[in-house]
Design a protein around this ligand. Structure first.
Ligand SMILES: NC(=O)C1=CN([C@@H]2O[C@H](COP(=O)(O)OP(=O)(O)OC[C@H]3O[C@@H](n4cnc5c(N)ncnc54)[C@H](OP(=O)(O)O)[C@@H]3O)[C@@H](O)[C@H]2O)[C@@H](O)CC1
Ligand SMILES: Nc1ncnc2c1ncn2[C@@H]1O[C@H](COP(=O)(O)OP(=O)(O)O)[C@@H](O)[C@H]1O
Ligand SMILES: [K+]
Length: 504
């Protein structure tokens, strides 16, 4: 699913009006119907509702919703904020339509002073102050109103966007002046900023409402940001030839584990095998040899000459992919071996965890990384690599720049892991859940991506399929076990079911 910027949304709006064709006011009516339907599904008609409408089209939506809810028998009070004395055309039309009906409890047009109504725990506030047209942080009377609503015990449903939240960049926004909704009913597509962890407190639960924006327009418009969909992944999946033998299914090399962190190597190795690789070899310190042999008898172990750390690069001629980093440690010897390893490796690479931490300590080496390398940092690891970011938006922008600059694929891990590609495009992964916030989940992802690379998937495909499968395994595990007790090992156990669901 493409994620458009507010400027693109505005253009698509116009495109739909011109090409469907449909009058702008009728498109607003269509949006309002979808919003009203969603509200009536969630709240009974004995819920007292207070609608706050702004002067633009978000306010227009709110006024239309107020009319429809009043006609459906809800008790509705409406406050329309018209401070500058100018309403958008469709907002003005909906004001006229609203004032024509008799079923509204009260309608107040605020032009100067505003005496806020009492908002109790019974009240539902419908927030239609500002949507995708906001162009600066809220201030003055609007910020006071937002603070008043946020401090009240009422429930809040926001139309399209929680008022005050920018659809893309909130780095310089004033967070106290943004509505904290319980539910956001967003039109056509989630907005980019909804995918960032720190904005969940504003959007609350999100529901996307289809308002039938021109599919032709959507197809024609290039989007930098996409949310991966199941059908994309199904198209990328490669089958297994019935004459397949292990030599055809990829030969993976993992360099992982140090004394005390052998578990990371075990998790990555098991995940690599469960992701369908033909053969996997694990280069790990001597001290992990026996535990690896016992834990993963399917793997070949290549013990390092050192007892506790990775110290010597391995020839990669025979391998189809290298996964390096889980539990590796960051000692000086390991750092030198890592760089030597990256320099001499010819096959595709995924570098995670301590491999990233080592690069963060020696930033000059980042420029020299092989083209096409996959890096899988969580936000803290990325900050070590590229300096502190104030929020997810800034971090994503930096990751995109780095991916372009060094020709890398960077997966910024999180609820919606973001794959930043060298061509500037970003793919967000929708699968996964909070049960996966547990040690070792990242090692499993490294193992899966390594396997897919070894099997011949191109970097972008290996990342997209890998992220999706990893999250889907977590979702199926959570369906059956619940989130609380989920462990990284469960992700491996449920990987077969994730494959099966996608292959069915
Ligand atoms: N295709 C779709 O998705 C559809 C979208 N639709 C709906 O349209 C909404 C977008 O409407 P929109 O473009 O009119 O913008 P909106 O958010 O109402 O705000 C603009 C007004 O706010 C003002 N303003 C801005 N910032 C401000 C600030 N900080 N403080 C104070 N004022 C500020 C700005 O004034 P200006 O700065 O321009 O003078 C202008 O008056 C969208 O979210 C959805 O609900 C549906 O109806 C149909 C299909
Ligand atoms: N709340 C969540 N929703 C979806 N996925 C999550 C969530 N929390 C963690 N994950 C996934 O789990 C993995 C955690 O990786 P990481 O932080 O590197 O863990 P570790 O270092 O312990 O292995 C990432 O792939 C991330 O996307
Ligand atoms: K809003």
């Amino acid at each position: 699913m493409k994620i458009f910027t507010s400027a693109q949304i505005h253009e698509l709006d116009k495109y739909t009006i011109e090409h469907e064709p449909i009058e702008s006011i009728d498109l607003m009516e269509r949006a309002a119907k979808a919003i009203t339907h969603a509200i009536t599904e969630m709240w009974h008609n004995d819920t007292p509702m207070v609608v706050f409408a702004g002067p633009g089209n978000n306010g227009g939506d709110a006024l239309a919703v107020a009319r429809m809810l009043a006609e459906a028998g809800y008790s509705i009070s409406v406050y329309l904020f018209n401070i500058s004395g100018h309403l958008s055309e469709d907002c003005a039309t909906n004001k006229a339509r609203l004032t024509e009906i008799k079923k509204i409890k009260e309608f107040i047009e605020v032009t100067q002073e505003f005496d806020p109504p009492q908002l109790t725990s019974e009240t539902l506030v419908i927030d239609g102050l500002f949507g995708s047209g906001i162009n600066k942080p809220l201030a003055g009377g609007f910020s006071s109103l937002v603070k008043y609503i946020n401090a009240s015990p009422c429930k809040v449903v926001s139309i399209d966007v929680p008022s005050g939240l920018m659809t893309e960049d909130n780095t310089y926004n004033v967070r106290a002046n943004i509505i904290r909704a319980d539910v956001t009913l967003t039109l056509q597509q989630p907005k980019l900023s909804f995918l960032f962890a720190e904005n969940q407190m504003f959007t609350g639960w999100q529901k996307v409402l289809d308002i039938r924006i021109s599919s032709e327009g959507i197809e024609k418009t290039d989007a930098h940001y996409n949310i991966v969909e199941e059908r994309d992944v199904r198209c990328m999946l490669r089958g297994r030839n019935s004459f397949a033998h292990k030599g055809m299914m990829g030969n993976a090399l993992l360099i992982a584990g140090s004394y005390g962190m052998g578990g990371a190597a075990i998790l990555a190795t098991k995940a690599c095998l469960r992701a369908g690789v033909g053969k996997v070899t694990v280069h790990t310190p001597k001290s992990n040899n026996i535990i690896m042999q016992i834990s993963v008898p399917e793997a070949v172990i290549l013990p390092d000459s050192e007892e506790t750390i990775f110290s010597e690069p391995t020839d990669t001629e025979d391998y189809d992919a290298l996964g390096i980093g889980p539990g590796l440690g960051t000692s000086e010897t390991t750092a030198i071996a890592l760089i030597a390893q990256l320099r001499r490796t010819q096959c595709p690479i995924v570098a995670d965890a301590d491999a990233i931490n080592i690069l963060a300590n020696r930033r000059a080496w980042i420029q020299q990384l092989p083209k096409g390398i996959i890096l899988t940092p969580h936000p803290k690891e990325f900050d070590r690599l590229d300096g502190h970011s104030t929020d997810s938006g800034e971090r994503l922008a930096k990751a995109c720049k780095m991916a372009e600059r060094i020709g890398a694929y960077i997966i910024l891990k999180g609820r919606y892991s973001a794959l930043c590609m060298p061509d500037g495009h970003v793919a967000f992964n929708p699968t996964g859940n909070a049960g996966m916030a547990t040690a070792g989940s990242g090692d499993v992802l490294t193992g899966i991506i390594t396997a897919l690379l070894a099997r011949g998937y191109k970097q972008a495909e290996a990342c997209i399929v890998g992220m999706y499968l990893h999250g889907l395994a977590g979702d199926i595990a959570a369906e059956e076990l619940g989130m609380e007790s989920l462990t990284a090992g469960d992700l491996i156990t449920y990987l077969p079911k994730a494959f099966k669901r996608l292959n069915d």
